[in-house]
Design a protein around this ligand. Structure first.
Ligand code: GDP
Length: 458
């Protein structure tokens, strides 16, 4: 990895106008460099200040021109984000000022920080492990409450502690096996394959729980691909607009005007839906609309959730029955729309065919809350507990899947009566994969890949 002892600097706040902007400096020469450009009102040098203290003053460039008033906060190693000496200069936000201050810092001897370099240093200095570093990125990009809480739990070491527990059991199994194999003459009790198997099964359950929570977490993080289906004029566009909170598709009285699939991301409570508004499932000889219908059928089969809309002011017709038969086997909600009008729809029949039926008025908003609750239930997000350890991304999931395979191999080896050596090899393989999640056994390539996803200033 090549630890770099250079002092680095970057603008750590978002690029744009803001109340304050923060320029972060980290490394052995942080105080010396900051003292060259910052003069405190009290006359005290940053080098002489204690950690966790701040000074008010002004920032100057190398021509001694005053750039801005600012507050400099001092963090002394190892009690800082990176584990190094850190100075954070908070000046006025705004692209021009923050860039001027950064330039002054760089002219005084700091190097521009690379993408994710502050967090990478924190990782290299043992301030956080790889899964916690990834959580930093997740919390910065969190779009909703549950997502933020899950990232925070990760950052607080939830996943690391669970990985530690899993690893502990595996290492114990491996240690016991190898002690017994390596020192047969010693008085080590013979490995009881029942106990070993029990331990491995408990590890298997722990990893499976992590993977299951990951899937629910993914729905929260990335959203679930959702289709709004139904014949023309039942109110799909009106519903989509209500969910999205603004007008996007054309709402009209003429059947078949929603020609193409329109995509929209909406955040409902804790669930993010990637919505598609589609043409109805009607057999039609209008070519343009036919393309829409076929796309709709294809998408229904592969989508994560179908919101099937029916018009309560009309009796169910063959198109509706067609849709009911298609959605029966997918995760779906049957939405009975237009409850503000006179009911003609056989809701009992619908209830007998579809598990989740919700009545709404897309026009006036009645029943939308119930619809959202129903969606949360179906997608599993209602049961998702963000405070429980959750894998954060595909990288971590991939490691967990490989570890699970290895644990399953070890269990099979025992069940099939192979030598315990075979189990040992698989257990070691599992340990390798589990520790890649926290970065304890991650290769340089993996670490580089993780930090290259960050942007400068983090
Ligand atoms: P789509 O073809 O399925 O997308 O249907 P639209 O959203 O374009 O709606 C068709 C017609 O039904 C429009 O005139 C809407 O104003 C009307 N509509 C939609 N939802 C409701 C509702 O909840 N109540 C009533 N009364 N009319 C609705």
């Amino acid at each position: 990895m090549g630890f770099n002892s250079d002092t680095i600097a970057a603008i750590s706040t978002a690029n744009g106008a803001g109340g304050i902007g923060v320029i972060r400096i980290s490394g052995n020469d942080s105080f010396k460099i900051a003292d060259r450009i910052f003069r405190s009102i009290s006359g005290k040098k940053l080098s002489d200040m204690k950690g966790y203290t701040a000074a008010y003053g002004s920032v100057y460039d190398k021509e001694n021109t005053k750039l801005d008033k600012a507050i400099a906060t001092v963090f002394r190693k190892p009690h800082s984000y990176t584990g190094e000496d850190v100075v954070e200069i908070s000046c006025h936000g705004g692209m021009y000022i923050t860039k001027q201050v950064l330039r002054a810092v760089i002219n005084s001897g700091a190097s521009p920080a690379k993408a994710g370099e502050f967090t990478q240093r924190a990782f290299l200095n043992g301030k956080m492990d790889l899964s916690e570093a990834e959580a930093v990125m997740d919390i910065i990009s969190a779009k909703g409450k549950t997502e933020a809480r899950a990232a925070l739990a990760c950052m607080d070491g939830q996943i690391s502690r669970e990985i530690f527990r899993i690893n502990d059991i595996l290492v114990n199994c491996a240690a016991h096996l190898s002690a017994w194999a390596d020192y047969p003459e010693e008085d080590i009790p013979e490995v009881n394959s029942d106990n070993l198997r029990n331990d491995l099964v408990s590890v298997k359950n722990m990893i499976e729980a992590l993977l299951k929570n990951y899937d629910a977490g993914m729905v929260i993080k990335k959203g679930i691909d959702t289709i709004i289906a139904g014949k023309p004029n039942v109110g799909k566009s009106t519903l989509m607009n209500r969910l999205a909170g603004y007008e996007k598709s054309i709402v009209t009285d003429i059947p078949g005007t929603t020609r193409d699939i329109i995509e929209e991301t909406v955040i409902l409570g804790d669930v993010t839906l990637n919505l598609s508004d589609t043409a109805g499932l009607r057999d039609t000889d209008n070519l343009v609309e036919k393309i829409g219908v076929e796309k709709a059928r294809q998408k229904l089969k592969t989508s994560g959730l179908v919101l099937a809309v029916f018009d309560s002011t009309q009796e169910l017709d063959s198109e509706d029955l067609n849709l009911i038969s298609v959605i029966k086997d997918c995760p779906s909600v049957a939405i009975v729309n237009k409850t503000d009008g006179e009911n003609k729809l056989d809701i009992q029949y619908l209830n007998s065919q579809i598990t989740n039926v919700v009545s709404i008025s897309a026009k006036n908003g009645d029943g939308i809350e119930t619809l959202i609750k129903s969606i949360e239930k179906i997608t599993g997000t209602a049961d998702f507990d963000p405070s429980v350890a959750t894998l954060a991304n595909e990288r971590q999931r991939d490691c967990a899947v490989k570890a699970l395979e290895a644990v399953n191999d070890a269990i099979s080896a025992i069940d099939m009566g192979f030598t315990l050596d075979a189990a040992t090899v698989s257990i070691e393989d599992a340990v390798q994969n589990i520790l890649e999640i926290t970065g304890e056994r991650a290769s340089e390539v993996v670490v580089h890949k993780v930090f290259s996803r960050f942007c400068v200033g983090k």
